[in-house]
Design a protein around this ligand. Sequence first.
Ligand SMILES: NC(=O)c1ccc[n+]([C@@H]2O[C@H](COP(=O)([O-])OP(=O)(O)OC[C@H]3O[C@@H](n4cnc5c(N)ncnc54)[C@H](OP(=O)(O)O)[C@@H]3O)[C@@H](O)[C@H]2O)c1
Length: 251
Amino acid sequence: MELDAKTLIITGASSGIGAAAALLFAAEGANLVLGARRGAELQQVADQISESGGRAVCLAGDVTDEAYAKALVALAQSEFGGLDGAFNNAGMMGDMAPAPEMALSNWQAVIETNLTSAFLAAQAQLPALRKAGGGSLVFTGSFVGISNGGLPGMGAYAASKAGLAGLVRSLAADHAAEGIRVSALLPGGTMTAMAGDDPDAHAFISGLHPVKRMAAPKEIAQAAMFLLSDRASFVTGGSMAVDGGMAVRLL
Ligand SMILES: NC(=O)c1ccc[n+]([C@@H]2O[C@H](COP(=O)([O-])OP(=O)(O)OC[C@H]3O[C@@H](n4cnc5c(N)ncnc54)[C@H](OP(=O)(O)O)[C@@H]3O)[C@@H](O)[C@H]2O)c1
């Protein structure tokens, strides 16, 4: 049991990487608070966990909403007595377009959803981790935060994910002495709704990776689990690539 009795928030838990993380973390003994906008999908994940003997509650909302970030923490405290960490994973890709063709509204939505939400999550979660005497926060970045990843029109998404890595370094430095670790996870192309359902696009993205395939969501969740667990007790401030060699190819 890698996460025995740890109480964790997972955002973006209604599908993809977040849903895979919810099933994995619950099987490893965690108490979970699941977040995303689609309430029915979230409830399905929570029910699946309960049916297999795990512990999960959920609350639907938008991660760009400050009150929602606080409500997830309050739910962890009322349901499970505190908070030990969070997998802040919700994100969107937005429209792929070069800057002259990109709508300002798209830029703002991507920055709000992927970056401002991380600040709001940290602001709400850090006081609870202090109360617990320490903990671990993990944020989902992307290989696209390091380069454009061979994909066109990624300005807003790349800026949001690169900004996230900077926020993580700063949070890690500010809170290390309090026993709070903060890390980013940089997935490579992963078979989720975000990657679409076009086999040609999957083949193209697979070909960009040295391992010549995309990840299964569980492969990303396993790395998040390590960072949230006590096995990562000396790990903070970094961005862990879980990208099938993508970073090696690009640097
Ligand atoms: N798939 C990839 O190739 C890939 C590669 C690198 C990084 N990532 C990152 O991995 C993370 C998870 O994405 P995924 O691949 O698992 O795709 P996904 O299946 O589309 O999951 C995205 C999750 O984020 C939630 N979400 C989006 N906007 C939200 C908002 N405003 N408020 C609350 N929840 C919101 C979605 O739930 P609702 O729609 O129910 O709100 C969903 O649960 C993202 O941060 C993404 O940028 C993905």
